[in-house]
Design a protein around this ligand. Sequence first.
Ligand code: HEM
Length: 194
Amino acid sequence: MSEQTFAEYLKANSRATHDSVDKMVMSCQPFDNAENYARFLQLQAVFHKVVDAVYHDPELNRRIPDLASLARYDAVMQDLQDLNAQEAQLDIALPHLEGAEAIGWLYCAEGSNIGAAFLFKDAQEKLGFGAEHGARHLAPHADGRGKHWREFVGHLNGLNVGDEEREDALRGALNAFAFYKVLLKKIFSNHSFA
Ligand code: HEM
């Protein structure tokens, strides 16, 4: 029996949560009109603001080359500006992430770039936004989404996290998805969730 890699472990144990988040996002019809899309950008902005510190963490940047360059908070803020929209004002405390839990959040944020292929397509085709205007943060990595993700997974697996840290990282990933749901419900407060 082959042993599960760290990335496989995170994927296998967060898949169901991921799929529920995917459904919730799409139920809000974020690409139906510019107003909904602006809310989606507000949601992405808060999420990427929280993980921005992880992408810029000096220790992680020593272990994952060019990690800081993958952060998408600035791009999502530019997208908001493109739409003349503001950041959401929310009455919730933003988590401060540390240790292996922060790696789980990073997995969640960076992995969201894979599904972003579909979101980017919708933003282009339904709303006319793109990598230069309005959907900068959904654009693919220069190496292509698939290749970049495989490389990133290699770096995650190369972190050599121990068993206890694996569990902490998974808790972080699940907390990240849970936090995303909280934000979604607050920002799309006009929507009735099933
Ligand atoms: C409507 C919204 C979304 C859609 C349609 C979507 C779709 C997808 C798809 C098709 C994949 C590839 C699955 C595979 O290779 O097996 C994926 C991967 C992933 N997505 Fe999403 N996603 C969405 C939202 C999100 C959000 C909001 C997050 C995080 C907050 C997220 C995090 C991830 C992660 C971490 C992976 C990597 C899984 C892995 O291979 O380990 N996704 N997504």
